[in-house]
Design a protein around this ligand. Structure first.
Ligand SMILES: *[C@@H]1O[C@H](CO)[C@@H](O)[C@H](O)[C@H]1NC(C)=O
Length: 134
């Protein structure tokens, strides 16, 4: 391989690695999750980021969109009730999986504090659609 080819190969290899797993920030606060719906892929990390809005919130998986009832399935998409900081969920689900979650505090969910996670395949996401690279 020529030097140029080697550099080209390294460049492409770095790009592929960088594109593989992304951090996707979801803001938690002000009676909503922002963005409410995210498209992610297996290996991405959801960084739930509490806005310290003076209120407490959690993230609890449900079984359908907009549901305010905890999922009946065993799940690791479940946090404590807190008012600041972050909580990370690494997506291990396969493509074409949908997950839903809500805030179980007071009537936050009824006020619209719920969200959807669409797990899609690599090809469905332009690399610019998600947050920073790991
Ligand atoms: C979650 O990930 C972010 C970004 O990588 C990091 O800054 C933060 O400390 C992590 N939070 C936890 C609770 O591990």
């Amino acid at each position: 391989m020529s030097i140029t080819m080697k550099f080209l190969f390294l460049f492409v290899a770095c790009f592929v690695l960088a594109a593989y797993a992304d951090d996707v920030v979801i803001k938690v606060g002000n009676l909503k999750y922002d963005p409410q719906t995210v498209d992610v892929k297996n290996g991405d990390t959801l960084v739930f980021t509490w806005l310290s809005d003076g209120s407490q919130h959690d993230v609890i998986q449900s079984d359908s969109k907009g549901s305010c009832t905890a999922s009946t399935k065993l799940t690791s998409l479940k946090t404590e009730i807190k008012s600041s900081g972050t909580w990370n969920y690494t997506v291990t689900e396969a493509a074409n999986t949908k997950m839903w979650y809500f805030c179980s505090v007071a009537s936050h969910c009824e006020s619209g504090m719920y969200g959807t996670i669409n797990v899609v395949s690599d090809d469905d996401i332009p690399s610019t659609a998600t947050g920073g690279s790991v």
